[in-house]
Design a protein around this ligand. Sequence first.
Ligand code: TYC
Length: 103
Amino acid sequence: MPEPDTTTISRVKPELKVERPKLHKVLLVNDDFTPRAFVVTVLRAEFRMGDGQAQRVMMTAHQRGVCVVAVFTREVAEEKATAATEMGRKQGYPLLFTTEPEE
Ligand code: TYC
């Protein structure tokens, strides 16, 4: 009698190594020179915020020194921080947006 064909089925699950990209925060840094209304304009233009949210973020940075604006992948966070900082620079303001990785 011939042996039946055998099939070996692996019981070891292949490890899935799909990692979520780390998110990065965009931070708004306070200064003594940029007008409040201009900070609000930049937040609305670059981060698509409504007026109320932009006012709150601006006032938080004003009172505490820094405020988290939003969270993105590293590339997008850096692009937006650079573009928003550049809006201030063009008007001669020291307005600064920075980025940092989320824990
Ligand atoms: N402190 C500024 C002023 O009193 C306003 C301001 C707020 C500037 C937040 C920057 O990130 C900032 N005119």
